[in-house]
Design a protein around this ligand. Structure first.
Ligand code: CUA
Length: 350
């Protein structure tokens, strides 16, 4: 027996046309499946359409690449597998086949450049600013709630939910009080990180009346999955009425006694309402315990400890480590006292 290269295996075992036909049929099925799957929730912004079209084009281009590679691999395993008696044989050498190398370099390169160019044009299109002043909404994230600030007249009012008018460009200014969050309304299709210390902006033009979910899309702590909210796309009239209501709300509340910080306002501005239920503040969060229940009859010392050292005692049915433990440092002593007094007062009664 010689030690040199063995004889070649028979080359023309397979019909390449057969492989091509299998590949084309599989690609067509793959593209059809990719386009039929409902990947996204209902589209509610002007930007959603070009983004969804881009997605479809990516499916149409990438599915055949995947399917053809898999087809060639499986077809080769099937047709070119070693038969008994071929142990010492080898396939024909293709090293140095310049034409093949040019083809398999050029095709992906052309596809990548074309898709990147198209994606860039879509990005430029969806980031385009309309003429005129956009509706401004300041979006503040914190563990684990969103608060939205609107300009009404000269002052700013806040709400735990997002209200935007239909068919007007809205500019969000994203901010964070603690860690990275990511403001995402899947129906609007656009999302960006809220980064502590800087203002991140993006524009969106809602074009469909309805309520859509808001999701935090950046892992931000144990309560990340509960950091949800609702975006309300309203008619201009309903939007104006909503802002008027928000602006009137706090003004009607009795002023804080003794001129100190307003406990009820702190309850909202600190984001407590995002996670807790408290009837007096109109809060209905379910991430943390229902304060109307767990604080009923508790003394102020217990309430204070629950705010500044939330993991010391955990209400039955809830887990430790979810409520931020830094309220003792982010709120001043006077603010904590006002919050404790407020919570103590509103949970006292039966
Ligand atoms: Cu905030 Cu995840």
């Amino acid at each position: 027996m010689s030690n040199g290269p063995g004889p070649e295996r028979p080359l023309a075992r397979a019909d390449w046309r057969q492989m091509l036909v299998i590949g084309i049929i599989a690609s067509a099925l793959g593209i059809a499946a990719g386009l039929l799957i409902d990947w996204f929730p209902v589209a509610a912004s002007r930007e959603a359409k070009p983004i969804d079209t881009l997605w479809d084009v990516l499916i149409i281009c990438s599915v055949p690449v995947f399917v053809l590679v898999v087809t060639v691999v499986l077809f080769s395993v099937w047709k070119f597998r070693m038969r008994p008696g071929e142990e010492l044989m080898d396939g024909p050498p293709i090293h140095g086949n310049t034409r093949l190398e040019i083809v398999w370099t050029a095709i992906p390169a052309i596809m990548l450049v074309a898709l990147c160019t198209y994606a860039f044009l879509v990005l430029r299109d969806v980031e385009r600013a309309d003429a005129g002043q956009p509706v401004q909404v300041r979006v503040v994230g914190q563990q684990f709630a969103w608060t939205f600030y609107y300009k009404v007249g000269g002052k700013e009012v806040s709400a735990p939910e997002l209200y935007v008018p239909i068919n007007r460009q809205v500019e969000f200014t994203l901010q964070s009080k603690d860690v990275l969050h990511d403001f995402w309304v899947p129906s609007f299709r656009i999302k960006k990180d809220a980064v502590p210390g800087i203002d991140v902006k993006y524009r969106v033009t809602p074009n469909r009346i309805g309520n859509y979910s808001i999701v935090c899309a950046e892992l931000c702590g144990l309560g990340h999955s509960t950091m949800r909210g609702t975006a309300h796309v309203l008619t201009q009239a309903a939007y104006d009425a909503q802002l008027k209501k928000l602006a009137a709300g706090p003004a009607k509340a009795p002023p804080a006694q003794g001129g100190g910080p307003d406990g009820k306002a702190l309850f909202v501005s600190s984001g407590c309402n995002g996670c807790h239920t408290l009837k007096d503040a109109g809060a209905s969060g379910t991430t943390g315990p229902d304060l109307d229940n767990v604080l009923k009859g508790k003394d102020p010392a217990f309430i204070k400890e629950s705010i500044t050292d939330p993991n010391k005692e955990i209400a039955q049915g809830y887990s430790g480590g979810i409520m931020p433990g830094n309220f003792g440092t982010t709120l001043s002593g006077a603010e904590i006292d006002a919050l404790v007094k407020y919570l103590s007062d509103v949970t006292k009664g039966g």
